[in-house]
Design a protein around this ligand. Structure first.
Ligand SMILES: [Ca+2]
Ligand SMILES: [Ca+2]
Length: 176
């Protein structure tokens, strides 16, 4: 359903109410009351549309935004992938996975919440997890410098996003 189809009836109703009010010469207090009613109607429509968007499977808004596949120096220490939540809701990444073309898999920790608008770096090497940095804990690099793909799967195993590179990007690639 398009936004136009949802909003147009409200506009028409508003138009009719105001025209009627003009004819009857109602007070400014009554105008204010009618404006308030119209605002509530608009709020209900917006809330309804937001509910539709967030209930579509795979539309969480979580994306792979950046991959530093060939950092200066040791790759296992420096490689990372940035996962970003571009959606309007916080997303629980419990059981989500990041994989490469060779199917090496990193599973996000239980209870890890990526807040709306926030991003997290998933490092290839070892370290202590925080809200902004997660560590795969590998002893070797995972993202191939001569071309590879990072795949992001949700907890149901559905592909949510992917980001590919050829090696000609200069060591890092921006995907969103
Ligand atoms: Ca690499
Ligand atoms: Ca390197």
């Amino acid at each position: 359903m398009s936004l136009y189809l949802m909003v147009n009836p409200i506009y028409l109703l508003w138009h009719i109410i105001m025209r009627d009010a003009m004819k009857r010469g109602q007070s400014s207090l009554e105008y204010l009351f009618m404006i308030a009613v119209a605002l509530v109607m608009v709020a209900v429509v917006v809330h309804h549309l937001a509910g539709i968007t967030s209930s579509i499977p795979g539309s969480s808004g979580v994306v792979i935004s950046y991959v530093d596949y060939d950092p200066p120096g040791d790759d296992v220490e420096g490689e990372y992938v940035v996962i970003e939540n571009e959606g309007l809701s916080d997303v629980d990444l419990t059981g989500w996975q990041l994989r490469d073309e060779a199917n090496h898999a990193y599973t996000f920790p239980t209870g890890f919440i990526l807040k709306a608008g926030a991003s997290v770096r998933v490092h290839t090497g070892e370290g202590t997890d925080t809200d902004t940095d997660l560590y795969w804990g590998r002893k070797q690099a995972v993202w191939n410098n001569n071309g590879d793909t990072a795949y992001l799967y949700n907890a149901e195993g559905k592909l949510v996003d992917k980001c590919s590179w050829t090696g000609d990007e200069g060591g890092a690639v921006t995907c969103h």
